[in-house]
Structures are given as C-alpha cells and as structure tokens.
Design a protein around this ligand. Structure first.
Ligand SMILES: Cc1cc2nc3c(=O)[nH]c(=O)nc-3n(C[C@H](O)[C@H](O)[C@H](O)COP(=O)(O)OP(=O)(O)OC[C@H]3O[C@@H](n4cnc5c(N)ncnc54)[C@H](O)[C@@H]3O)c2cc1C
Length: 384
C-alpha cells in the first residue's frame, strides 16, 4: 500500500495540468500585484495564484483596525501608479486597501483565489516549473515567489502555554481593543505591532502590560516636520551610515528622552545598521511612549512560564494574572514549505531578484524592506 507521501505524489500526478503563458506569481499581496503590473506594462501576461479569497490579504484580513502605514505614502507606493494625491501622508488601512484594489483593476489583474500553492519544483528535463495547488498543476517557464515575509504568525514557545485560562491570540487575529475593555491584557512583544496594540488597548480602557524581552530602538515618527525614515534616507546620501544612526539617536533622545529608564533599552548597534544587518525594524512611535511614561502601559520583563493556576510568571520573579494574552511576536515566510529548490535558504531569499536555473525564479518582497518592488527588476522577463 502506498504511503501518505506517495499517495500525495500520485494525487499530484493525476492533477489537471494548466499551461501558463508567462510567469506564475505566487501571492496577490502588494509585491505580486506590482510584479503583474510591471509585466503587463511590457506586454508579458502572468497568472497570480493566491491562497486567500482577496488581494492584499495581509492588510484585509490580518491587520488591526487602527493601522496606518508606518512610513509616508511615497515610500510605500507600487510602481507605475502611485497613491491618490488626496490621500494623507500616512494612509489608513482602508485607504491602503482601496489603493490596492484600484491598482489591480487599473492593470486588469485578476488573481486566481483560493489557490494555496503546496509545492513548486523545477522540471529540468522539460525546463518548466510545476506549481501544485490542491486540485491543479500549473506549468510555466518562470516563477515569481511573492508570498511575503508575513505569511505565517510566529508563535513563541512558552512554558505552560496550555495552562492559561483566558484567550491567547496573535496580532494577526486582533482587530481592536473594544473586546478587551477593563481587561488586564498581556502583550508579548514590543515592535511596531506590540506598541500599537498596547496603545489601542489603552484607548479602549483596557489595562495593557507589554513584555519587552530584548533591546529595542524607539524613534519619533517625525523629526523637524519630516518623516524620520525620509530624514534617514536623505542623510544616507551624504553621510556614512553610523553617523546617520548617531544623529537619529541624538534627536530621538532629545525628543523622546532616555527610553532605557522606561525599560526600553536601546541596542548597541544603531537603528539603520541593525535593520540592515538583522532586518529588525525600529519602532516609530505613534503615541505608545507617552502611555508608557504615564504608566498606562506597564512594561514587563520576559515571561518565564504560565503557572499551573494560570497566572503569568516573569523572569524577574513577579507573578500576575491576566484575562488575555496577545502575541505581538511577528511573522515568518512560508517559502521553504512549498518551494523545492536545492539551494533554498533564507539568505538566498534575501535577494530581491534571484536568478535560478538561468533567470527563471524571481523572489520579491523578502528583503525586510516592506514594499520595494520596482519596475526595472522585471526587465529580464521579455515577451517571447
Ligand atoms: C501590521 C503591519 C504593518 C505594516 N506596515 C507597513 C508600512 O507601513 N510600510 C511598508 O512598506 N510595509 C509595511 N508592512 C510590511 C508588509 O510586509 C508590506 O506592507 C506588504 O504587505 C508586503 O507585501 P508582499 O506582497 O510582499 O507580502 P504580503 O502582503 O504578505 O502578501 C503575500 C500574499 O501571498 C499569499 N500567500 C502566502 N502563501 C501562499 C501560498 N503558499 N500560495 C498562494 N498564496 C500565498 C498571502 O495570502 C498574501 O496575500 C507592514 C506589515 C504589517 C504586518
């Protein structure tokens, strides 16, 4: 009798095959849409396979209501069609989604939804990619992996996790603090999401406690009336990276004060250098810091365990009870689970544009840079 794996493989062999003229793009997020738009601009057809039932599913289905772009719109726009001029500097989540929808309709992009790619492998004999979904196998000479850095939630291992009696959810399932009114909520993680969720909880009269296990850079979102990100990018054109980092930290300390005293210890490496080296994004403060200063958001050290009676024990020995836990612990890519290439590694994916087997595999949106796909990356994809 065939094993589960063999049955699975036989199932794929029997799957209906669809020949795709032009590249297959996996993922209908901003990167996938940008890829399809740039290709169509050059007269190259493409097919997007998307596992969910809508475009930009991260934004539509897995982000909280109060979310606005962290960076000004000019740094987040897709190639060939920018944000509407009447949008604010930091568009809201719904404005961003409406931009994505008009972008897709402008370029006549119609992804195939509910098509989770389970496996993509290169057939060296035929010189094609075989891309398998539940019922179909798609064939193309080119493959573009655009499934993003936020494909799967990262769930930390916490001793006694199952003993917690309240609700535990990841930020990808968090919409608003309205459900948590008057609750003591533990937010695990202090990146942009952890800070914003804690702020949102404050605004809905919950009692957030935020776990800060590691060091973190908090920067003001704006400096001298300009976005901090824009200031940094401008300075980097003229000054060495470490000097730019020093200047950013000088202004941050002057405007925000010493964050170390609030339990938010700064890393030794500067914010831009750290981002470049590890991908760790600095927190751009949108109001959480003043709530920490006023004591409305309580900063806690790392979680040691959930005890047998369901309370949370911290590494400094404190023990407290909470009604809910929100995991602001980030995301991971799912590419290694479906893309079968012998040289796969995250370093490999860290190339915005990768050539594999003579220019047929392209990876987009894996550079810890948010939305950076741009038109010239697609120039190798010429119409046949
Ligand atoms: C809370 C939050 C705020 C952010 N704010 C900003 C910001 O202000 N500016 C910025 O530049 N970036 C921001 N980002 C980063 C974010 O990664 C980008 O905004 C953008 O969504 C990246 O686009 P993407 O297309 O690469 O990935 P995604 O948007 O994640 O899209 C990937 C798509 O691939 C699909 N997919 C995944 N696996 C499969 C599969 N196996 N088969 C088929 N389809 C699949 C997913 O369903 C998804 O639709 C933020 C992220 C988060 C979580």
């Amino acid at each position: 009798m065939a094993s589960g794996k063999e049955q699975e493989q036989q199932g794929f062999k029997q799957a209906k095959c669809v020949k795709v003229h032009g590249p297959i793009i996996v993922g209908a997020g901003p990167s996938g849409l940008a890829a399809a738009a740039c290709l169509s601009q050059q007269g190259v057809p493409s097919l997007i396979l998307e596992k969910s039932d809508c475009i930009a599913s991260l934004w539509q289905q897995r982000t909280y209501d109060r979310l606005k772009l962290h960076l000004p719109k000019q740094f987040c726009e897709l190639p060939l069609l920018g944000f509407p001029a009447n949008f604010p500097k930091y568009p809201t989540k719904s404005q961003f989604i409406s931009y994505m929808e008009s972008y897709a309709s402008h370029f006549n992009i119609h992804p195939k939804f509910n098509q989770a790619v389970r496996k993509a492998e290169y057939d060296r004999v035929k010189g094609i990619w075989r891309v398998q979904t539940e019922h179909l196998e798609y064939h193309s000479r080119w493959l573009i992996a655009a499934t993003g850095e936020n494909a799967e939630p990262l769930i930390p291992q916490i001793v006694g996790y199952g003993k917690f009696k309240g609700t535990i959810l990841h930020t990808s399932e968090y919409n608003s603090g309205s459900k948590f009114k008057n609750q003591r909520v533990l937010v695990i993680g202090c990146g942009n999401s952890g800070m914003e969720v804690s702020l949102d909880l404050c605004r809905h009269n919950a009692i957030p406690h935020m776990v800060v296990r590691n060091t973190v850079h908090v920067l003001p979102r704006e400096m001298f009336g300009m976005s901090t990100f824009g200031v940094a990018m401008a300075l980097l054109k003229w000054l060495p990276l470490r000097l730019v980092d020093k200047l950013l930290l000088l202004v941050a300390n002057l405007t925000l004060g010493n964050t170390d005293q609030l339990g938010l210890k700064r890393p030794k490496t500067g914010p831009i250098e750290l981002k470049n080296v590890t991908g760790k994004t600095p927190v751009l403060d949108v109001g959480a810091l003043s709530q920490i200063k006023s004591g409305k958001i309580k900063v806690m050290e790392g979680v040691k365990e959930i005890t047998k009676n369901g309370s949370v024990k911290f590494v400094d020995g404190q023990e407290r009870e909470f009604e809910s836990i929100i995991l602001a612990t980030g995301y991971k890519s799912n590419v290694p689970t479906w893309l079968e290439v012998s040289i796969i590694s995250m370093e490999f994916l860290d190339l915005v544009l990768s050539y594999y087997e003579s220019s047929i595999l392209f990876c987009l949106g894996h550079m810890h840079r948010g939305q950076t796909p741009t038109n010239p990356f697609f120039s190798p994809c010429k119409k046949e």
